[in-house]
Design a protein around this ligand. Structure first.
Ligand code: PLP
Length: 419
């Protein structure tokens, strides 16, 4: 059905009308909260009726610099004023080259494949691992060991890598060659290694599952297993990378280097971009034509990512994330002590999960209660309230969030003080 022109130019619609039309026309695979967001400033977003929310969800761990950050706004404005929004990878642009160089300078990698999303960065990683084993290492290896409760994206390859049956339902047959090991269980990983194992792929901190960090011994053990068997270690830092854990990349916490790393989410600070990084020796698996994407390295997205990377690598930035993470964590632990329903506070830096007993409804109800009180958070894995705020929050923001969280837990569980 054609859209009437006056439909698009008519006076702004009100929230209930937008929500109704949104639900009627959106893919039924989504179920948004009944909130129409209109603008953001600092670490707050504002709905269409002017109500403000302290945002500890940040577009699902994306908006690292919050909203309206001066350097990001200015960089994007200047980029748009050049008129050159897109070129394709048939040409170079300065932002794309500068971003590649900055990622290389700040990581273990020599080269970067720029993509548009996390799933797409992971597809590139899976393809590179397979082609490296075939064409460089000259082995018949194609299998990739991933983990139970992992999340690597929704495209069919990334979905096949994702170790959660609920996301597979109805999409079978999946891409063959993925085996799922138990997270933090080195012996189980070892039992799955065979002559066809090409790579081991994991999130150093599983975000979507409810914020589970890998143990030190597990990460070191995986590196040793990979070295021993000629297997590539792929780290999906799409959610936990870019300063979120208090180091630029989460693997720095463990002193373990991957062979391939993927980034997305926070990389563009809200502008869609993904990246797959590896050393020259591994990138030798790609030759011209083996892999590509039209929008990868798009100058607008690259400008955003370059600006975000500049901010996150500025002296003291990650140290501050760590200190803020410690403060948020100890506040969450106080909430845990006051509410029996909380079993654990998990995570690293500003990527925390307040794990709750009592089924998915409790975490979801706490998130809804928080929203009603002006704080955005979500329920991850159905059993944890996930806190992934912009990395530019202040101590005062943390205090406010903790006070709302405490009141929300009290309201939902009937325990503690509902203030
Ligand atoms: C660790 C991880 N990998 C991959 C993805 C997929 O990213 P995208 O939704 O940009 O495709 C996500 C998204 O939540 C993620 O958390």
């Amino acid at each position: 059905m054609a859209i009437a022109r006056n439909e698009m130019t008519a006076k702004p619609k009100q929230a209930p009308e937008l929500i109704k039309s949104g639900r009627a026309t959106m893919s039924p695979s989504y179920n948004p909260r009944p909130l129409v967001l209109e603008r953001g400033q600092g670490v707050r977003v504002y709905d269409i009726d002017g109500r403000s929310y302290l945002d500890f969800l940040a577009g699902i761990a994306v908006n690292l610099l919050g909203y309206g950050h001066p350097s990001l706004t200015e960089a994007l404005r200047s980029r748009i004023e050049t008129g050159l929004l897109h070129t394709s990878n048939g040409f170079f642009t300065a932002p794309q080259v500068q971003l590649q160089c900055a990622l290389v300078e700040n990581s273990f990698a020599d080269r970067v494949f720029l993509a548009n999303s996390g799933a797409e960065a992971n597809e590139a990683a899976i393809k590179l691992a397979r082609r490296y084993q075939r064409t460089v290492a000259n082995t018949p290896r194609f299998e990739i060991i991933t983990f139970e409760n992992s999340f690597h994206g929704r495209t069919i390859g990334a979905l096949s890598a994702t170790g959660q049956p609920k996301y597979h339902e109805g999409f079978e047959p999946l891409v063959p060659g993925f085996l799922y090991a138990r997270f933090n269980d080195l012996a189980h990983v070892e039992s799955l290694i065979g002559e066809h194992t090409a790579a081991i792929m994991l999130e150093p901190v599983q975000g979507e599952a409810g914020v589970f960090a890998a143990d030190q011994a597990f990460m070191s053990g995986l590196r040793d297993l990979c070295d021993k068997h000629g297997i590539l270690l792929i780290l999906d830092e799409i959610q936990c990378g870019m300063g979120r854990t208090g180091r630029l990349f989460a693997h720095e916490q463990y002193g373990v280097e991957p062979d391939i790393m993927t980034l997305a989410k926070g990389l563009g600070g809200g502008v869609p971009i993904g990246a797959m990084l590896a050393r020259d020796s591994v990138f030798a698996g790609f030759v011209p034509g083996s892999h590509a994407t039209t929008f990868g390295g798009n100058p607008v997205a690259a400008t955003a990512a370059l600006t975000v990377l500049g901010e996150v690598t500025a002296p003291g930035f990650c140290e501050r994330v760590k200190a803020l993470g410690d403060m948020l964590r100890s506040g969450c632990e106080e909430i845990a002590a006051a509410h029996e329903v909380v079993t654990e506070v998990r995570g690293l830096g500003l990527m925390l999960g307040i794990a709750v007993d009592g089924g998915p409804s409790v975490a979801g109800a706490v998130a809804d209660e928080c929203r009603a009180r002006g704080l955005l958070v979500n329920a991850a894995g159905g059993r944890a309230v996930r806190l992934v705020p912009p990395l530019v929050i202040t101590e005062a923001d943390i205090e406010e969030a903790l006070s709302i969280l405490g009141a929300a837990f009290a309201a939902v569980t009937g325990g503690g003080q509902d203030s």
